[in-house]
Write a protein that binds this ligand. Structure first.
Ligand code: SF4
Length: 397
């Protein structure tokens, strides 16, 4: 059995990012397929202890790493007690020493109750807030099942921008009825709000969601693919012109304002994932925690960790994953360096890559490949085309 160290080279070998999943929300949005659960009450003390125990388990396996980032995601982590957030940050920086440019992000919903906690979350150590505004329009917010109004959203953004050094917000577009005019107006408004990082997601209908059953019953029709593609191109043009080009398919930032944590995923670095449903990748293994909060707690009581599944990452799987992640980035991926790291002869079919360069879907500089704006629209198709069919171990492996 050949296992690989999938860390990104000598410097990254010593680093780790930490993802903490808080699985609770006040209600379930109809488009959401994240691991989120609604519970009548949550024992904050029990959850603090559970997450600290899960973290300590990972830390014991990964001694001496440099901690590059912590990301509190969910669910709705802005519903965590700030003291829980602080306890986890303190424990993490006790286990690992923070790297230069260490970043701590927390995802927040913009209702007034959560906005009232921003100061305490800042005092707890969070220095970057990712705010789920989703829309500036009350009708669209109601359609999306969001628990906040447009007014609350603007107010929360204002508070966040005073409180945190870095603030990003999310919008969802390509809703039924969206037009180039309506989306251009929304995006212009977003770009006028002084943010240096924006996450702009197209509405997709995910299996198992309430929207999926509504679409199946004919309650509404998703925007058609061509119209959605036109909105994507418009987004690319407007954000580039405003100095926040896409550095990843759905993420836009001024230079230097990219999400450091998410870059670790896309550049295929190591990360520990704790909390219900969290995924991780470290020591040549992929990990997944129990998704259901109650099962996660039982696993912790039984085993001292919340792991439901842990499996070795084989070189060809790691190669495919690295390619999927890396091609999301505008900077692309050095397919030669990744192949070398994984002990493979190659991870792409260079003949096919060159054909896609000639057709304007990819660019190539030595062994570094990247998608063009045109190629990004067809990313899934490109990945299927260029992945090496039979990556073989290199002689040196
Ligand atoms: S707030 Fe976020 S995680 Fe929670 S249900 Fe809505 S989309 Fe899902």
């Amino acid at each position: 059995m050949t296992l690989v160290n999938v860390s990104a080279g000598p410097e990254k070998e010593a680093s780790i990012a930490l993802y903490v999943h808080w699985p609770f929300c006040v209600s379930k949005c109809p488009y959401c397929d994240f691991n989120s659960h609604v519970r009548a009450s949550i024992d904050q003390d029990e959850w603090r202890e559970a997450l600290l125990t899960d973290l300590a388990y990972e830390a014991r396996l990964l001694p001496g790493r440099k901690l590059t980032s912590i990301f509190f995601g969910g669910g709705t982590p802005s519903l965590m007690e700030p003291s829980t957030v602080e306890a986890l940050i303190d424990a993490a920086v006790g286990h690992w020493s923070p790297a230069k440019n260490f970043e701590i992000t927390l995802e927040a919903n913009p209702n007034s109750v959560e906005a009232a906690r921003f100061a305490d979350l800042g005092a707890a150590g969070v220095d970057r807030l990712s705010l789920g505004l989703q829309s500036f329009d009350d009708e669209a917010l109601a359609f999306l099942g969001r628990a906040h109004s447009a007014r609350e959203g603007f107010r929360a953004l204002e508070i966040a921008q005073k409180q945190f050094r870095r603030v990003s917000f999310d919008l969802i577009y390509a809703l039924p009825g969206d037009t180039e005019e309506s989306w251009a107006a929304t995006l212009a408004q977003a770009l006028s709000l002084g943010t240096k990082h924006l996450s702009l997601y197209q509405l997709t209908i995910e299996p198992g969601t309430r929207f999926a059953s509504m679409v199946a019953k004919g309650a509404f029709e998703p925007l058609d693919v061509d119209a959605a593609a036109a909105l994507y191109e418009l987004t690319d043009d407007m954000t580039s012109a405003a100095g926040l080009p896409a550095y990843e398919i759905s993420n836009h930032a001024r230079a230097g304002r990219e999400s450091r944590h998410n870059l670790t995923y896309w550049r295929y670095g190591d990360y520990a994932g704790i909390g219900p449903g969290a995924h991780g990748r470290r020591l040549g293994m992929r990990t997944a925690r129990h998704k259901k909060p109650e099962n996660f707690l039982q696993s912790l009581a039984r085993n001292g960790n919340g792991i439901a599944d842990e499996a070795p990452l084989f070189p060809h799987e790691a190669a495919d994953e690295a390619l999927v992640m890396g091609l999301r980035l505008r900077e692309g991926i050095d397919a030669g360096a990744i192949a070398e790291r994984l002990g493979l002869e190659r991870i792409v079919d260079w003949g096919r890559v060159d054909r896609l360069v000639a057709s304007g879907h990819l660019t190539r500089d030595g062994t570094r490949i990247a998608t063009t704006p045109r190629g990004r629209l067809l990313l899934d198709h490109l990945l299927g085309e260029i992945a090496a069919r039979e990556p073989r171990a290199s002689a040196a492996a």
